[in-house]
Design a protein around this ligand. Structure first.
Ligand code: ADP
Ligand code: SF4
Length: 677
């Protein structure tokens, strides 16, 4: 292969006794497959090895039942019985010459032990992180030496299972070894508490134990949070964390550094739009240690990666989300196929799936989590049984993905949309605060489609049923989307509200440029991002906004995307008045009536307009009117079937294209399940 300026990214790098074939490093990430779905886990990691990642890590793997986070589906290596499931993953990774790494964890007070029912243990006695009515007890000397032994036993099992790199984990505010470091958790008066050296003792001992046990054949990685972003109360890159890195400097074979907690490490694009956003915290580590360093920062652009290595910030380009969105990212860079990179949009739908204990999904990569379940591959799709003419109506996320996959299968595809610019909601919503990256969903697909000779893009084409019948194309996919309701029907109100003469707007009106006037009430009964984003947008454009929601917090579902706290802060900082636990009762041209959902207390507010973010109506009229036609194939996909996330629309488009002419094998209800044995 000819030389390119990106060759440096493909240099091999030694990690203790093992050698990574290149600098692309999939850092540990959850996928809710784990111990519950080991075959799916193995296939999810396999495609990354195929796609060129030099190192591929598991998610966190519990080492002992006294620290387990059931019902979450992380990894498990409690005893030897767990080894065979782990071997599925290591052999899948090794088949392509990549290194397999395992992140061993002891959770401490992060684990309520709902399954094992063992009283949790932590550095000091305190309640567990979740709201479970459970407290952890303080570890005594015997507990500490047990924990060290469990770490070593798990490391040995990991080596038996074939792992090349074993992690000691002190990150994300989710691991005991980090809890020991922290003065706000560590109230011990023995030689594990008090001074920095004492607080560091357990991490240093565990690291040394694991190195002595398996360090002859495995690289030992330390995952270390250099800053907790809570000022002097927590670890700081410019404070104690700096000193800790200096003390441990040469003990691990690899430093995997990031910021804590998880919501900071996996910040969404809404709150950290810049690639490489962790550099300002982590850059010091390489100036201290001679060992290789991996760090993350939602890297998707080859130039940003190159710059990290050339400037001596990182030795490995760490990626969790970019590797989920595009498991073939390294190969695409190697082959100079930059325009084929499917860039992560930083939405954290992948994180949300783990948090709701559902197998991983991704907005950009509809195959994520489906590799084993449906035997799908992110880069290949079965060629058409017989190439035919197809029509896709609507070029939002669902229509674009459907068109792209139909075209990849070899069908002739016409893709029509009313709008003059293709992209649907991915494009429209990308103009709202913090959502710019959503246009990547459209950009990636449009740029692929534009280069395909069997595709005809037809913007500015509003199609009616008779247009479609007259066009004579017999295979039609309707992806005409949805729009926000005007009657306040949502979760709180299943029937329309009396809104009489009120000036009612929806997010669609705002996106179309409607003016909300001075004093506007945003009513959010949707609970994902839109209510908060629209409120932010209106306030920034000069309105005085009041945000009302029946939920206890604004954008309640964003707890799962790790955004909820940042959203509350942003809304309050913007000066938006907030009413939580409050429902809308009625509205007229001057005022609204609100009611507290628990006390029943009512109050009137005078507002000039209302923006309702409650639920959406599917645009399925075109589909319904075609049902009586004699088209050979008629599919309704995405929001026009059932409004949902962008990720769900992309998935629906993908599934429809895979099922086409292949219905039996790809039937929605027929996928492989993992059965416990
Ligand atoms: P989804 O999320 O399901 O992809 P979107 O709302 O993003 O849905 O996209 C739907 C697209 O369908 C929009 O771009 C809209 O302009 C287009 N559309 C709706 N009705 C028609 C129609 N009758 N003819 C052509 N395009 C249409
Ligand atoms: Fe990126 Fe969103 Fe996919 Fe996660 S779900 S990998 S954040 S695009």
């Amino acid at each position: 292969m000819s030389q390119t300026r990106f060759d440096v990214l493909f240099e091999s790098v030694k990690i203790g006794p093992v050698t990574a074939p290149n600098r692309f490093y999939q850092v540990p990430h959850c996928n809710a497959l784990g111990h519950l779905r080991p075959r799916a886990e193995a296939e999810n990691r396999r495609v990354k090895a195929q796609g060129g990642w030099g190192v591929i890590c598991t998610q966190e793997v519990e080492i002992h039942p006294s620290s387990e986070i059931s019902p979450f589906a992380e990894g498990r290596l409690w005893d030897d019985a767990d080894i065979p499931a782990m071997e599925l993953t290591t052999s899948a990774i090794h088949e392509y010459g990549s290194l397999a790494a395992i992140e061993l964890v002891y959770n401490g007070h992060h684990a309520p032990n709902r399954y094992s029912r063992i009283a949790p243990m932590s550095v000091s006695a305190m309640p567990v992180d979740s709201y479970d009515p459970v407290q952890a007890r303080a570890m005594n000397k015997a507990d500490i030496s047990n924990m060290r032994r469990w770490y070593v036993d798990a490391a040995k099992r990991a080596r038996t299972a074939g792992f090349d790199i074993v992690y000691v984990y002190a990150g994300h505010d989710m691991s005991l070894l980090q809890h020991f470091l922290s003065p706000r958790y560590n109230q011990r008066t023995d030689n594990y508490g008090g001074s920095l050296v004492n607080r560091l003792r357990l991490l240093q001992e565990t690291l040394t134990d694991v190195k002595n046990a398996v360090g002859d054949s495995c690289g030992i990685a330390l995952r270390f949070a250099v800053d907790e972003l809570i000022g002097r109360e927590g670890l700081q890159a410019e404070g104690e964390a700096h000193e800790m890195v200096s003390i441990l400097s040469e003990i691990p074979d690899l430093w995997d550094v990031n910021i804590s907690d998880w919501s900071n490490d996996s910040s969404t694009a809404r709150f950290e739009p810049q690639e490489g956003y962790q550099e300002k915290f982590t850059a010091f580590v390489k100036t201290i240690t001679s060992k290789p360093v991996v760090g993350v920062g939602r890297f998707t652009s080859p130039d940003a990666m190159l710059s990290q290595v050339n400037r001596g910030i990182l030795d490995f380009i760490g990626a969790a989300r970019p590797s989920i969105a595009d498991p073939y990212l390294p190969n695409k860079i190697r082959e100079g196929r930059f325009e084929d990179i499917r860039e992560c949009i930083g939405c954290n739908i992948c994180v949300a799936s783990d948090n709701v204990i559902a197998p991983i999904r991704c907005t950009q990569n509809p195959v994520a989590g489906e590799e084993w379940k449906r035997n799908w591959h992110p880069e290949t799709i079965a060629p058409a049984v017989e190439a035919v003419d197809t029509l896709v109506v609507g070029a939002g996320p669902a229509g674009l993905e459907c068109a792209l996959q139909l075209a990849r299968r070899g069908h002739n595809v016409s893709l029509a949309d009313t709008a003059t610019t293709l992209g649907g909601r991915a494009l429209r919503e990308s103009t709202l605060p913090g959502l710019a990256s959503y246009c990547r969903v459209a950009d990636y697909r449009i740029s692929q489609l534009q280069r395909m000779p069997n595709v005809q893009l037809l913007p500015d084409n509003q199609l009616q049923a008779n247009d479609i019948v007259e066009a004579g194309i017999e295979h039609v996919f309707i992806a005409t989307g949805s729009s926000w309701r005007r009657d306040a029907i949502g979760r709180q109100h299943r029937l329309a509200l009396p809104l009489e003469s009120a000036k009612v707007l929806t997010p669609d009106d705002i996106l179309d440029g409607a003016s909300a006037g001075g004093n506007v009430l945003v009513y959010d009964d949707d609970h994902y991002y839109m209510g908060g984003v629209i409120a932010e947008h209106l306030q920034a454009s000069g309105c005085t906004v009041t945000l009302v929601t029946p939920a206890a917090r604004i954008s309640e579902w964003t707890e799962h995307t790790l955004e909820i706290d940042k959203i509350q802060a942003r809304i309050y900082e913007a000066g938006i008045q907030v009413f939580t636990n409050t429902e809308l009762v009625s509205a007229n041209s001057q005022s609204v009536t609100l009611q507290h959902i628990h006390s029943g207390v009512q109050q009137q507010l005078s507002v000039e307009s209302l923006c309702l973010v409650t639920s959406r109506v599917a645009h399925d009229k075109l589909y319904q009117s075609l049902l009586a036609s004699d088209l050979k194939t008629l599919n309704c996909i995405g929001d026009c079937e059932a409004p949902g996330t962008v990720a769900a629309a992309v998935y629906a488009g993908h599934l429809a294209a895979r099922r086409f002419q292949n219905e039996e094998a790809e039937d929605q209800l027929l996928f492989r399940r993992e059965l416990a044995s």
